[in-house]
Structures are given as C-alpha cells and as structure tokens.
Design a protein around this ligand. Structure first.
Ligand SMILES: Cc1cc2nc3c(=O)[nH]c(=O)nc-3n(C[C@H](O)[C@H](O)[C@H](O)COP(=O)(O)OP(=O)(O)OC[C@H]3O[C@@H](n4cnc5c(N)ncnc54)[C@H](O)[C@@H]3O)c2cc1C
Ligand code: SF4
Ligand code: SF4
Ligand code: SF4
Length: 560
C-alpha cells in the first residue's frame, strides 16, 4: 500500500483554508500500484497569468493579493504588502480606477466580476487606519534622480526608485503634490485625506519634494543639479479649446481650470444655467461639480450618442442620478445674450456626426469646455534626440526618450490617460532608470499566456453574487462634496476576495489529491510548498487535470 495516504484537512500554502466558494472533494481511498512506464502523458503543475493581473495597467499581481486577503485577519496586511510591491496607491486606486482588471476577470462569464477594486480600497483604507508603513529603503546608492511632476506617474517612479536606494528629488509647479488626482478629480470621488495619507507614506521613504518649483528647462536643470538621470511626468494640463461664434458673449471656461479652482478652494462664477461641452469623464466631473456648486442641474452637450461617449458608463449613471441632463447628438453652433444655439446631429454610416440644420435654443450663463487636454512639452525644448508625435513624447520600451538618461511617462507619453497607466509607467520607468544607473541592460519581460475561462472547471464554484458598494443618499450628493461611493465592510470585503476563482494557479483545494485513483498526488509538507506528482504511481489518466477547478495542472507528453 502507498505510504502517502492523505489524512490532513485541506489547507493552503500559507496555512489558510481554501476559499469557501469552491466545492472540494473527499480524498480517495484506492490502493495505489506502481505503474511502470506505460504512460504517454503526465500531469504537471503550472502557474498561469490570470486575466485580472494581465489587465491591471499598474502591474499588480491581483490574484496574489486577493489570495492573501482571503484568509482575513493578518492576511489583510500580507495582502496590502503584496499589493504595494507594485502600486503604492491602493486606497486612491480603490476609489478612482476604472478597473480594467474587472472587465477582464474570468468570473464575468460565471456571474459578475470579482470586486477587485473594492477589495483594493478596503486594504488601502485598512493600511491608513492601522498605520502600516512601507518597507525601509536599502543603503543609499549615491545616485541622484530628478523627477519632474508629482502626479501618479512621478510619485510612483519616485517610490520605486527610493526602494532601490536612489536619492530622488521631485519637482512640481503646483503648491501640493498629486497632479490630476488632486487638481482634477473632485473630492466627492477622492477625499483629500486619503490622497494625502498615501502621498505622505511615499515621501516618508526619504524623497525630497519641492512644490511650487516648475522646471522650465530640463537640460539646464540636469546640468546644474548634477543629476544622474531624470524622469519627466508633467501630464497633460493644457485644455483644448474651440471657437464658438459669439462665444465672447457667454462666460466660457475650460473644465480643467474650473476643477483646479474648485480643488484649490475657489468658488467659480458659473451663474445658474451651466452648459458643459464634451463627452469624457472630465465633462462629467465638471457637470457634477457644477451641480453641487450651483444647486441647479447642468446640461451636458455631446455630439455623438450615449453609447459612443468616451466617459465610463458607471460615471454617466451616477451623473444622471444626481440630476445632470444630457443632449446627445448635439453641438454648440453659436452663443448670444445668455443663450446657446445648439444644432442636432446625426451619425453617418462611419459613426461620424453630421449636421442636420435643425436647431434649438438653450439658456446658458456659462459654458464649460471639456474637450480634452494636451501636454506642455516646453521643458524638453533644449534636449537633443527627443521626438514628439501627436503632441506626446515618444519613448522606447524602457520608457526612455530619444535623449539618453531622460525617461518619460504618464499622460505626456502615448497610451490611455488614466491613473493606473501612469502608475504603471512610473513603476516600469523606475526599473529601467535603475538599470541605466547601474549600467545593466534591462528589457520588458515577454508576455505570458493568459488563462481563459474555458480552461477552468467552473462546476466546482458555487454561486456568489457580487457585493454592491453603498452610495451616499441623493440629496447630499447634489449639494455636498462628501464621498459618493462608500467602501465595503470587512465581512463584504472578505466575501468578495473569496469570490476569486484563482484562475490558473493552485489554491490548495485538494481536489487533485482527493480524486487521484492511484494516490499519486503528493501534498505539500511545509506551507508554501507546491503539490507534486509521484510519477512512480501516476498512470497518466488525467483525472487530476479534469477535476482541478482552476486549470493549474496540465497534461504534457511523457519524456521518452
Ligand atoms: C478631471 C479629470 C478626472 C480624471 N479622473 C480619473 C479617474 O477617475 N480615474 C483615472 O484613472 N484617471 C482619471 N483621470 C486621468 C488621470 O488623472 C491622469 O491620467 C493621471 O493623473 C496622469 O498622471 P501623470 O502623472 O502623467 O500626470 P498628472 O497627474 O497630470 O501630474 C503631472 C504633474 O506635473 C506637474 N507639472 C506640469 N508641468 C510641470 C513643470 N514644467 N515643472 C514641474 N511640474 C510640472 C503638474 O503640476 C502635475 O502635478 C482624470 C483626469 C482628469 C483631468
Ligand atoms: S489599479 Fe485598477 S486595474 Fe489595477 S487592480 Fe486596482 S482597480 Fe484593478
Ligand atoms: S476570478 Fe480571480 S484570478 Fe480569475 S480573473 Fe477574476 S480576480 Fe483574477
Ligand atoms: S492543483 Fe488544482 S486540484 Fe490540485 S489542489 Fe491545486 S487547485 Fe486543487
């Protein structure tokens, strides 16, 4: 009889139980026989890239920290520590990230995506409440890096560079750090005490922050400051404007200027009839802020349809709940004496808006333009080799510009304009800056294969509907800048973490151990050790593969 008949209850590599939403099998009791060499295939434990981690632009290993969080208690701190290895802003991102990880989550096909973003926020808030600190930086390398811009990209890069022992100076033209997280995103989506707490924790690593000090000429700063490398992350703050015929008759302001004013404590003069022109998230932030400031419902004018609006659908729904009105398929034709002339549009076969010649009049005390932003790249003007295309700076796969030792990231470089992308750029750039400073060639790792839904054995997962985040009541949403979306309580966060299917990676459910008719699966001894196959006993039937819930075992051809 085999000497590895299982007796222990299921336990994970960290000694924590398997997620409760996976049905696990009892251990088999068959007698095992040595098989000899007649197998043509044998099972192999694999590690696969889950789609959530693949889709997170900040580069988080989402599954890893969800797995730690699943055990609750001390697991939360382990989860947070695992998360901040990549992203030092979990409480911020748990509020403002548009969570492409959830759109990619395999659980979408079973019921609804795991609430990754809400668990991330829970962990970030726990860390702030409990005062968890980041790991101390290693011994100083003596290398000095200048980071220009204290937005998510610059601060993420500063964090990762400090954790590699480099001295980092961050310069920003604004009075406080945070970039668009502070001067763009309204406080009802991101309370400033949360932002401040996460920024302070990063700065406590010994980063030198110099606010109110714009960099006008990077070449001069590098020469005079004695820096060994620099990262430019100045964002995109220059609003794109259009000429509205007669527009001087109306009060016209751009959305970024208006939001920056509100964030700085100013009260913009908007009047009572506010029109917002544009279809992105900035338009929604401007309209929702105006609603809170004026007490009257603003109107958003957008030239395409709701379906083609670049704003995220959940933001549109929240705006509607707060009373924002929309005029789809409309453009502003002219402004005159407190009125706007708005033309109806129609979409042609290519989805391009075309004029119809039909007009309506709208009252308007002010018009807020939210038509996108471009980057002010003048600090780079004197540097040889820097290439600009479509208004953004070209970088290679190391995030380096055409000028050796000058790196760039975030909104001023090509890519989607969102905070998680900027954070990911900062992290990647820091790794390559570090290589540059040490004279080591660095490159991006090859892309791993992502495990798909059809590779899972979803029969083993029980139904577990997604938790809904509570919202502030409507009346207060229309008149205050109090936070709208609330966090999950501990029970809900734990439940949400346990909804993870652990796609492509073993979560120690013991099914393979239980179903193997030949008891050929060896359970790990010390926590953290992987399962193994005793090939003296495995006859290659593949039952373990077909009964593994998460696709963590594959059959491979037998080596002859
Ligand atoms: C209204 C609004 C709402 C948004 N909402 C979201 C959201 O909910 N979720 C999301 O993921 N993304 C959102 N975004 C996008 C997101 O904020 C940006 O993609 C992100 O902030 C870009 O980061 P960054 O570090 O590249 O630049 P920024 O955040 O813009 O930071 C750049 C920094 O550089 C500084 N700077 C500029 N020029 C100089 C200079 N010459 N010298 C020194 N300092 C300089 C600026 O003061 C600023 O602090 C929003 C953007 C806007 C405008
Ligand atoms: S940063 Fe955004 S994409 Fe990444 S895990 Fe968090 S919510 Fe998902
Ligand atoms: S179920 Fe879990 S591992 Fe799979 S994609 Fe979703 S969050 Fe990631
Ligand atoms: S490999 Fe699969 S079946 Fe075996 S313990 Fe891990 S998750 Fe369970």
């Amino acid at each position: 009889m085999s000497d590895h008949v299982p007796t222990d209850p299921p336990a994970g590599p960290h000694g924590h139980p398997a997620p409760p939403f996976a049905i696990t099998l009892e251990v088999g009791s068959s007698l095992a026989n040595q098989t000899g060499a007649w197998r043509t295939e044998r099972p192999e434990y694999v590690r696969r890239l889950p789609p959530c981690s693949d889709a997170c632009p900040a580069g988080e290993d989402v599954q890893r920290w969800l797995y730690e969080a699943e055990s609750g208690g001390e697991g939360y701190e382990r989860a947070w520590r695992s998360l901040v290895r990549e992203n030092p802003f979990p409480a911020v991102m748990g509020r403002i990230c548009y969570h492409p990880c959830e759109s990619a989550c395999n659980r979408c096909e079973l019921d609804e995506a795991v609430g990754i973003n809400s668990v991330e926020r829970f962990l970030g808030d726990e860390a702030i409440a409990r005062g968890w600190e980041l790991p101390a930086p290693p011994a100083a390398t003596g290398r000095r890096v200048l980071v220009v811009g204290a937005g998510p990209c610059g601060l993420s890069a500063a964090y990762h560079l400090a954790l590699r022992g480099h001295h980092v100076t961050v310069r920003d033209s604004a009075q406080q750090a945070g970039g668009m997280m502070r001067y763009g995103i309204p406080a009802y989506r991101l309370p400033r005490e949360v932002l401040d707490a996460e920024i302070q924790r990063i700065l406590a690593l010994g980063i030198e922050l110099r606010c109110g000090e714009p960099v006008a000429d990077l070449r001069h700063e590098l020469r005079e400051g004695g820096y060994d490398a620099s990262l430019l992350a100045v964002g995109a703050h220059v609003s794109r404007n259009i000429e509205i015929p007669g527009g001087t008759a109306a009060h016209v302001i751009d959305a970024v200027t208006m939001l920056r004013g509100v964030a700085s404590g100013e009260q913009p003069q908007l009047g009572r009839q506010v029109i917002v022109y544009g279809g992105g998230d900035t338009a929604l932030d401007a309209a929702r802020s105006a609603r809170r400031l004026t007490g009257v419902n603003p109107v958003i004018i957008y030239r395409r349809t709701r379906e083609r609006m670049p704003a995220h659908p959940e933001e549109v729904v929240q705006a509607e709940e707060e009373g924002i009105e929309f005029r789809w398929l409309s453009t502003i034709a002219a402004a005159r004496d407190g009125h706007l002339r708005v033309e109806r549009m129609r979409l042609d076969d290519d989805g391009i808006p075309q004029p119809t010649g039909e007009y309506e009049e709208l009252d308007a005390d002010s018009v807020i333009l939210a038509l996108g932003q471009s980057a002010d790249l003048s600090p780079l003007a004197g540097l040889d080799g820097v290439r600009v295309s479509d208004g953004v700076v070209e970088v290679d796969e190391r995030m380096m510009t055409g000028h050796a030792g000058v790196f760039a990231g975030g909104d001023m470089t090509p890519g989607e304009r969102m905070a998680a992308v900027a954070i990911g750029h900062g992290r990647r750039a820091a790794r390559h800056v570090d290589g540059w400073l040490r004279g080591i060639a660095t490159s991006e790792p090859p892309r791993e294969r992502v495990i798909g839904y059809d590779e899972l054995n979803t029969w083993y997962y029980a139904d577990a509907p997604k938790t809904v985040r509570p919202l502030l009541e409507d009346v207060r949403r229309q008149s205050t800048f109090e936070e709208v979306v609330h966090g999950l309580d501990e029970g809900s966060a734990l439940y949400e973490a346990r909804r993870c299917l652990s796609c492509g990676n073993c979560f120690s459910c013991d099914n393979c151990y239980g179903v193997c008719p030949d008891n050929a699966v060896l359970k790990p001894g010390p926590p953290g050790e992987p399962y193994a196959i005793d090939l003296d006993y495995c006859k290659g039937c593949g039952i373990c593969v077909s009964e593994c819930p998460c696709g963590a075992i594959e059959m491979v051809p037998e080596e002859i």
